[in-house]
Design a protein around this ligand. Structure first.
Ligand SMILES: C[S@@+](CC[C@H](N)C(=O)[O-])C[C@H]1O[C@@H](n2cnc3c(N)ncnc32)[C@H](O)[C@@H]1O
Length: 350
């Protein structure tokens, strides 16, 4: 059968380094490919999507850590990758398979062997993705889950061109397309966690960069009973807020000067003097908590509309109004925070 990868441009799956993958990955890399906050998100996602119990799991394109939750400690895990030392160091894996998926996309497993297949931060290296996705469907039990997780970091020489040239949102759509082209999965769903604070002590902690974003696209193999996964609980962490409590807290902002979304103190922020925007007052109060659910959810909301960035909660002391202020990066607007011990003290601010 002609692989349906042909719906993509001819050079879509070309790579800067077309050399032997086995050779490239022969060097051991006992590194973490994401920061610890992002890796916790991956583990949490697996926990929420893969039922606890004696599952048989394939970790596709695996290395020394499969990022599995405690709930899957009893699972039988097969790791397939290109570096035997890394696979043998992986404590979750009980069977190591060294196999080059770009040289041969056929998986060396019987039909319907696995309850779930996971592929973490690796789908961008697949030069024949639809063939591999179709093979994943073959080795999955009907109703079994294929979870593909990725971020925005990679080894450039080995990533396919179409991935290198795509935005994060386009990559989500691309992976969905791989699923659809197999015609073997139910409609894929996606999950995004972006804009969370970087973990303290991380080598980039002082750079102002947020934690590595986590994107996931997942679907169940057709043919099984209706999926029972708790999909509704898949909002990015912190996104659930009781609307009534939120309304009460908004009414009290003038008195508390706390963000109604995260209940952290608002920062007094000096309004910039520009000829372009007229502000009603010389200062505002803004929530600069990077873990605030309003701000965290804003990345996803904006992304869905094709807009870069997020927004923060802002309170206008003159009008008493609650607003949002857009921010392109986590550090945006911070330079105008006014340090003051008592946020209610309005002296010297005009
Ligand atoms: C960025 S690492 C991710 C490893 C692991 N999944 C994780 O979450 O840490 C990419 C992995 O893909 C595997 N890989 C890359 N090209 C491959 C190929 N052609 N066939 C099979 N595995 C491959 C490598 O062995 C490597 O461990």
């Amino acid at each position: 059968m002609t692989p349906p990868d042909s719906v993509f441009p001819d050079d879509a799956f070309s790579r800067l380094d077309e050399g032997d993958d086995a050779e490239f990955y022969a060097t051991d890399r006992f590194v973490s490919h994401l920061d610890s906050t992002a890796l916790d998100t991956v583990t949490d996602l697996v926990e929420r999507l893969v039922p606890e119990g004696q599952s048989t799991i394939l970790d596709l394109m695996a290395s020394w850590d499969s990022h599995l939750p405690k709930s899957l400690e009893g699972a039988t895990v097969v790791g397939l990758g290109l570096n035997r030392n890394e696979l043998e160091r992986n404590e979750a894996v009980s069977e190591c398979v060294v196999h080059d998926l770009n040289a041969d996309p056929v998986l060396p497993f019987n039909d319907e062997r696995f309850d779930a297949v996971l592929c973490t931060v690796s789908v961008d290296y697949l030069a024949r993705p639809v063939e591999v996705f179709r093979e994943v469907a073959r080795v999955l039990k009907p109703g079994g889950l294929f979870l593909v997780v990725f971020s925005n970091r990679y080894f450039p020489p080995k990533v396919v061109k179409i991935w290198r040239e795509a935005s994060d949102e386009e990559r989500v759509q691309l992976v969905k397309e791989y699923f659809r082209l197999c015609d073997a999965f139910h409609e894929p769903r996606d999950f995004v966690s972006a804009g969370r604070p970087r973990p303290a002590g991380d080598r980039y902690a002082d750079s102002g960069l947020p934690s590595d974003p986590v994107y996931a696209v997942f679907a169940d193999r057709k043919g099984g009973s209706a999926a029972t996964r708790q999909l509704q609980s898949l909002e990015a962490p912190g996104a659930e807020v009781d609307p009534e409590a939120l309304r009460d807290r908004r009414r009290m902002v003038a008195r508390t000067l706390l963000c109604p979304h995260c209940e952290q103190p608002l920062s007094r922020w000096q309004v910039p003097q520009t000829p372009f925007v007229e502000w009603s007052s010389t200062y505002q109060f803004i929530c600069f908590n990077d873990a605030c659910p309003y701000y965290m959810g804003g990345w996803k909301t904006f992304e869905n509309q094709g807009i870069p960035g997020s927004y923060r909660f802002m309170y206008d002391p003159d009008s008493g109004g609650c607003h949002s202020v857009p921010v392109l990066t986590p550090t945006a607007l911070r330079a105008s925070i006014v340090a003051t011990e008592d946020p209610h003290d309005q002296s010297g601010l005009g």
